[in-house]
Design a binder for this molecule. Structure first.
Ligand SMILES: Nc1ncnc2c1ncn2[C@@H]1O[C@H](COP(=O)(O)OP(=O)(O)OP(=O)(O)O)[C@@H](O)[C@H]1O
Length: 597
């Protein structure tokens, strides 16, 4: 399936100049909290530029005045001032580097935190729509691109823009007529330069797209490594990955070729103006419109101006490539969560756990509904199972009850209050989830249980693990509760993972438990242990369970049969069997499958 990607990913080619400038301003926004330090850096840059540019002036005075008159005291004066200027350059450069580094590190940190916070605020629906590989690419390429803009390109561009401007002013002050030789070179460059500029910008856009695609493919390939090995399919889609790698490298080569051609042409323009400067300079000196010292100083300034301009243009161009890489991140940071927090939430002082769905309708796209006009009432403490054929809307119903999505029509209530009027914090605290696939992270067993309640004491953790029939196996692990359980808990069995998830839930102590049949993938021994743990968890709580095996829900208070997004039947296990309807058919189907297996 082709995944939806963060808006405008492949629309790079339609990004126009004003939009790119807007994105550039956005990347600079991260500097705002550090504007004083940033201004200090600019000031230091100006000091360095002015001090450096005064050097040719010393040479001019030396050649025109001091050497012809052999004036030693003037010579000493110049040496003293020159030493002072060099000291200013050295001290200002050190201070500038330290200031820049501080700002860059702080900005980089802020940006990373900002992206993390955004990721956490976007919630469930975002992660269903966007593959992890794509999200990972935001960090891998896009955040790095902005950091590079702020770290390298912005300071360099400002530094060279300042030195370019100041040097040009000095040059014009020395002889403004001769400064005009600058113009034919620029005109010559603009005859053909913009062609290469446009072409290389196109390739820059392509390169950004190819890089993102490559990152995505690399991530997918690495994250599926265990499955690929298990199936002996190490080469699966490897060709595609290598092909993407080759394509990206090829685009890179063309891009740098274009950059090179453009650079070469710029150098032609610079040297063309340089030759013109020597021709005109000779004339100016012979006509005594310019002294020899002034001409030497002018030549040094001219090459400095051209050098600064070259660095400026090169950096602006390279920065443009990076800007194209930040477009995705820009759109990501502008995304608003699908599920919005109400400004002034109602607060339930005691959550009892009653849930009501009234005329609920919902679809992932506006064109088709997967939940149709559902009315359902779940009493506090009731145990309700949702059953039905695959793809008929059970999980979608759970997502609505959990407010991972809002209904398109109708409403879901918790203890009589519309979920949209509650804070997400209270809602999340009131509900706990046990999924088929338990998410454990690579920390210790203790940390994984504490995930349910950060302030829980060691005793609480052990009590929860004991209630979840997990204490015994945890104590048998090499370091007990301090055993590190490997990435995603892969050092534990499925049943052990689930019992840790249940201990986590017992510690969290929510009023409502949402369960996506937790025991379906377990062997009998594990199933018995998990069932024992679940019985503890189920005590005095509202339970809403998606059940894939009807045999596991005989003692539930209410069974809801979901068919094509609608409720086909509701009742107890026995009453539904007696009806001989949809539920009975499901049970018969399950028995047939068990016999055939
Ligand atoms: N995130 C999603 N985006 C788009 N469509 C989805 C999404 N999740 C589910 N669907 C579609 O909605 C319909 C109902 O899916 P749902 O997961 O609710 O069914 P289910 O009854 O829980 O299935 P199962 O028993 O297999 O888990 C299906 O057609 C499914 O393809």
């Amino acid at each position: 399936m082709e995944h939806a990607t963060i808006k405008a990913e492949n629309q790079h080619s339609t990004i126009d100049k004003p939009r790119l400038i807007k994105i550039y301003w956005w990347t600079l926004r991260f500097l705002k909290p550090y504007k004083v330090l940033f201004a200090t850096s600019l000031f230091l840059g100006l000091m360095i530029a002015s001090a450096q540019i005064s050097m040719p002036k010393f040479i001019q005075v030396l050649v025109d005045d001091v050497l012809p008159s052999n004036d030693l005291s003037r010579y000493r004066e110049i040496l003293v001032v020159l030493t002072g200027v060099i000291a200013i350059v050295i001290i200002s450069t050190i201070l500038k580097h330290l200031t820049d580094r501080k700002v860059q590190e702080w900005v980089a940190g802020d940006m990373q935190i900002g992206v993390f916070q955004k990721m956490r605020s976007l919630g469930y629906s975002f992660y269903e729509k966007h593959p992890v590989g794509e999200i990972f690419s935001l960090f891998h390429t896009e955040v790095e691109a902005i950091q590079k803009i702020n770290r390298k390109y912005l300071p360099t561009i400002i530094q060279y823009a300042i030195t370019f401007a100041v040097t040009f002013i000095f040059m014009a002050m020395l002889n403004w007529q001769l400064s005009l030789v600058f113009i034919p070179g620029i005109l010559l460059y603009y005859l053909i330069g913009p062609y290469f500029e446009r072409k290389s910008a196109d390739y820059a856009k392509k390169l950004a797209d190819y890089h993102a695609e490559l990152n995505k493919k690399q991530y997918d390939s690495i994250s599926a490594m265990m499955e690929l090995r298990a199936y002996g399919q190490e080469k699966w889609k490897l060709d595609q990955l290598l092909e993407q790698d080759r394509k990206t490298a090829a685009i890179n080569v063309v891009y740098f070729k274009l950059i090179n051609y453009r650079g070469a042409f710029r150098r032609v323009a610079v040297y063309f103006s340089g030759v013109l400067m020597f021709v005109c300079g000779y004339f100016f000196v012979s006509e005594e419109l310019l002294t020899v010292g002034e001409f030497i100083a002018f030549t040094i300034l001219y090459y400095k101006v051209m050098f600064d301009l070259t660095i400026l243009i090169t950096n602006l161009t390279e920065q443009r490539v990076l800007l194209y890489q930040t477009i995705r991140l820009y759109h990501f940071m502008e995304l608003a969560p699908d599920v919005k927090e109400v400004d002034h939430p109602n607060v339930l002082h005691e959550v009892r756990g009653g849930i009501e769905l009234q005329n609920v309708r919902f679809g992932y796209t506006s064109s088709s509904d997967v939940v149709n006009n559902i009315n359902l009432s779940i009493q506090p403490g009731e145990k309700v199972a949702l059953v039905g054929k695959s793809g008929h809307g059970k999980s979608s119903l759970i997502k609505l009850i959990s407010r991972f999505y809002d209904p398109a029509y109708g409403a879901v209530y918790l203890d009589g209050v519309n979920l949209t009027q509650l804070s997400l914090k209270q809602l999340r605290e009131s509900m706990g989830y046990v999924f088929q696939e338990t998410y454990l992270y690579g920390g210790t067993v203790k940390e994984n249980i504490q995930f349910g309640n950060e302030s829980a004491s060691e005793d609480d953790i052990v009590a929860a693990a004991t209630a979840a029939s997990a204490h015994k196996f945890i104590m048998a692990l090499p370091e007990g509760y301090d055993t590190v359980i490997g990435e995603r808990g892969n050092k534990l069995s499925g049943g052990q993972r689930q019992r840790i998830a249940i201990a986590r839930m017992i510690l969290k102590n929510p009023r409502i438990i949402v369960l996506d049949e937790a025991t379906s993938a377990l062997d009998h021994e594990n199933e018995a242990e998990v069932k024992k743990a679940l019985d503890q968890l189920f005590k005095d709580r509202t339970i809403i369970a998606v059940a894939h095996r009807i045999s596991t829900i005989q003692d539930f208070d209410k069974i809801v049969v979901v068919e094509n997004g609608e409720i086909a039947e509701v009742g107890t296990y026995d009453s539904l069997l007696e009806r001989n309807g949809a539920f009975y058919q499901l049970l018969m189907g399950e028995k047939r499958d068990a016999t055939n297996a």
